[in-house]
Design a protein around this ligand. Structure first.
Ligand code: RAT
Ligand code: ZN
Length: 449
């Protein structure tokens, strides 16, 4: 049996049994090889490490949008996931006192309380240290002085390249709120687009809490009224279409509370979703991403960190995607309890693609459980993960942690195949990894829709 090495710097996996088929990857000769059970873990890991990601949900912005793109150590340590943990570590800390502190003081406090005085074992704490490690910063530092000096020395353009490279992210989707004043200024004045930063139209502020958005939509020139008359609906469709075209957006997105129900004639949000968003998505051939289960403002004093979770009834989702069978729905759920029902729903409706492990689901134990369940029930017809990065450097840890767990779970599934006598080749691994990491936006011709 011929022995050869996979042509990846990350991989030292010894693979066996030449499949005989050769293909060129740049100037590296690759062999389509059958993987042995002993080399499976390292082969899977290596393939996932070199598979580029399209990260379909982040809160990052095109570097040309200036201060909207958050980066650096103070932003990392004031991340709302960490703020929630700081308030637990320091129950005596008054929320308002914390929010009044300048960002650097908030970051120092988080570092001292969560990283110096305690072992930073939570996912978000360990994540910050994964970033430190990747950037060559000291995870045992007593203060943030060295880290701040490092970030003062970086040039943003090169830093963005470096972070995306370290994270293995080729492209990512922003979260673009068309009613946000800063976004409006940026899109109105125009900016040189970075092709790696794709747009996604986020509709929470436009559709949820209707008629709250009416004055802002009117100020933008859309002739809408509080009552959802035919004319108002037509104007909303014009708003959606023009926004999507202006931003060259990949999809429309909306987060929904756990009480989301459909049909629900009394709900303005559901009427807007079905009479405006779905028709425009169909016409423009754009998916609609639904993020279900966020209970906003459960503890308002915690601001962004104060949102919580609730379990939704996904029969409503099934009815929706059944009625709108010609619209593609990308769906993620926040409650662990909804993971299984989402897999079942996806088995029933081919226009429904589950995506990512959202927010409170983005923990190793839950990524493992969710990904395992999805592979078992859906094969490769789901989007394995999105980062939800709010700070540029988050990409590094969210993707390195997720890749590691997805590799472990994939290894289990391929091992089960090997036990049946079915061969698994490097070509299998590469094709499957691409399917898991393509963001669900890839059209049959290979372009993002
Ligand atoms: O994960 C988060 O940062 C949350 O605060 C939310 O942004 C959530 O991901 C969302 O997009 O609503
Ligand atoms: Zn998000």
């Amino acid at each position: 049996m011929a022995q050869l090495k996979l042509a990846s710097s990350a991989s030292q996996a010894v693979v066996e049994d030449r499949g005989g088929c050769r293909k060129e990857h740049g100037d590296v000769l690759m062999q389509e090889t059958t993987i042995s059970i002993s080399s499976l873990p390292s082969a899977v890991r290596a393939v996932l490490e070199r598979t580029a990601v399209l990260d379909i949900h982040t809160h990052l912005f095109d570097p040309s949008m200036g201060s909207m793109l958050l980066w650096g150590v103070d932003e990392m340590l004031t991340y709302h996931y960490l703020a929630a943990e700081l308030f637990r570590a320091r129950p005596d800390l008054d929320c308002e006192t914390y929010w009044r502190l300048p960002p650097a003081a908030r970051a120092d406090l988080a570092w001292q309380e969560l990283f110096v005085r305690r072992a930073p074992v939570s996912e978000v704490c360990t994540g910050a240290l994964t970033v430190f490690q990747a950037l060559g910063l000291d995870p045992n530092a007593e203060t943030l002085q060295e880290a701040r000096a490092f970030f003062r020395g970086v040039r943003l353009e090169q830093h963005v390249d470096r972070v995306l490279r370290l994270a293995g992210v080729e492209r990512l989707c922003m979260t673009n709120d068309p009613l946000d004043p800063d976004e409006q200024t940026a899109w109105a004045s125009g900016f040189p687009r970075d092709a790696r930063f794709l747009a996604a139209v986020r509709l929470d502020s436009s559709l949820l809490g209707w008629p709250g958005a009416v004055p802002r939509l009117r100020a933008m020139g859309y002739d809408v009224e509080e009552a959802l008359s035919g004319m108002t609906m037509a104007e909303i469709r014009r708003f959606l279409e023009e926004t999507c075209v202006r931003m060259d957006a990949q999809y429309f997105a909306l987060s929904l509370p756990p009480e989301f129900s459909y049909p629900e004639p009394q709900s303005p949000a559901v009427n807007l979703l079905t009479h405006a968003v779905a028709p425009v998505a169909r016409q423009l051939k754009r998916p609609v991403a639904l993020m279900i289960g966020a209970r906003r403002g459960a503890n308002p004093a915690l601001r962004l960190a104060g949102d919580s979770v609730g379990t939704a009834d996904l029969t409503a989702l099934e009815r929706l995607v059944c009625d709108f069978g010609d619209v593609r729905w990308l769906v993620t759920t926040l409650a662990r309890e909804n993971t299984h029902a989402l897999c079942v729903a996806a088995r029933k409706f081919k226009n429904l693609t589950p995506f990512g492990c959202w927010w409170f689901m983005n923990n190793p134990s839950l990524i493992r459980e969710t990904t395992r369940m999805r592979l078992e029930m859906l094969g490769f017809t789901f989007v394995a993960q999105h980062s939800d990065a709010r700070v540029l450097e988050h990409l590094i840890y969210k993707w390195s942690h997720a890749r590691k767990i997805i590799a472990e779970v994939l290894t289990e599934r391929y091992a089960a195949l090997l036990e049946t006598g079915r061969r698994v080749t490097t070509a299998d691994l590469e094709r499957d990894a691409r399917a898991l990491f393509d963001g669900g936006l890839v059209a049959p011709d290979g372009r993002a829709e």
